[in-house]
Design a protein around this ligand. Structure first.
Ligand code: PEP
Length: 257
């Protein structure tokens, strides 16, 4: 089955209620680009307000705790973000791994909690500049992803609908310098091969693999033409409807971009 390109905005720690007008504009524009699945992951505080108004876009969280509840001051469980209107959660983002010391084992536990709460999971992976320059990028990403995903027998039966992978080289995030299409092609091919090993030929072939790292309207077209790129996880360029939907347009119909 060919899945629609999936374009997900990660607002990170940006956005107060003043940003709701931008979310509305993104939602309206998404209604004109039905060939693309558009989603937004705002800060926790905006999940419910955006979900309440959205007619087209899905709303997600940028993280969740690995336990269902308890004495964890300041944390939010998967069930809580689902209750607020999130249908998916981004896990294992490099900023969480760096800022909060999240290990592969913790990310795996979070994924288990997210699936149990009925959420879809966008599982992030990606190497540092030092790892890429040392020639170890492929081995690193394969190992990180294998250790961050729950074992196949603990994944939901409809895994191709519930899981997607985001390859985000750390050195490309927020730098304005995206990975080259050759590098993206090589890594997405490796991730596809790993998914087939882990999940079997059918499911492994269907899970979408997004690219993330300085995707902009002017490089999106070339990135979406790379084999095995099923969409994009977009940070900075998702903060305005104009730039975010410029990326969605490139995914929707290459002839229009
Ligand atoms: C991200 O943080 O997921 C990301 C891809 O950021 P940017 O698009 O700003 O590089």
């Amino acid at each position: 089955m060919t899945r629609r390109p999936y374009i997900v905005g990660n607002w990170k720690m940006h956005g107060t209620r003043a940003m709701l007008s931008e979310a509305r504009a993104i939602d309206r524009a998404a209604q004109r680009h039905m060939k693309v699945e558009v989603a937004l992951a705002p800060p926790y505080t905006l999940i419910h307000p955006i979900h309440r108004e959205a007619e087209q876009i899905a709303v997600g969280a940028q993280d969740c705790h690995h336990e269902d509840g308890g004495a964890h001051t300041g944390d939010i469980s998967a069930a809580m973000v689902a209750d607020a209107g999130a249908s998916f959660v981004i896990l294992g983002h490099s900023e969480r791994r760096q800022d909060h010391g999240e290990t592969d084992a913790l990310v795996r536990a979070k994924a288990g909690a997210a699936f149990a709460a009925g959420l879809r999971v966008i599982m992030c992976c990606g190497e540092s500049l030092q790892t890429r320059e040392s020639g170890g990028a492929v081995a690193f990403v394969r190992a990180q992803l294998a250790a961050s995903l729950p074992p196949a027998d603990q994944l939901p039966a409809e895994v191709a609908d519930r899981l997607c992978i985001a390859y985000e080289p750390i050195w490309a995030i927020g730098t304005g310098v995206a990975a080259t299409t050759d590098d993206i092609s090589e890594m997405h091919g490796e991730i596809r091969a790993l998914l087939v090993e882990l999940l079997g030929a059918d499911h492994g072939a269907e899970v979408r693999i997004l690219y993330g790292g300085s995707v902009k309207p002017d490089n999106a077209h070339a990135i979406f033409a790379v084999p095995e790129v099923g969409g994009a996880l977009v940070g900075g360029a998702s903060l305005t409807a104009d730039s975010f939907m410029g990326i969605a347009l490139a995914a929707s119909d290459p002839l229009e971009s």
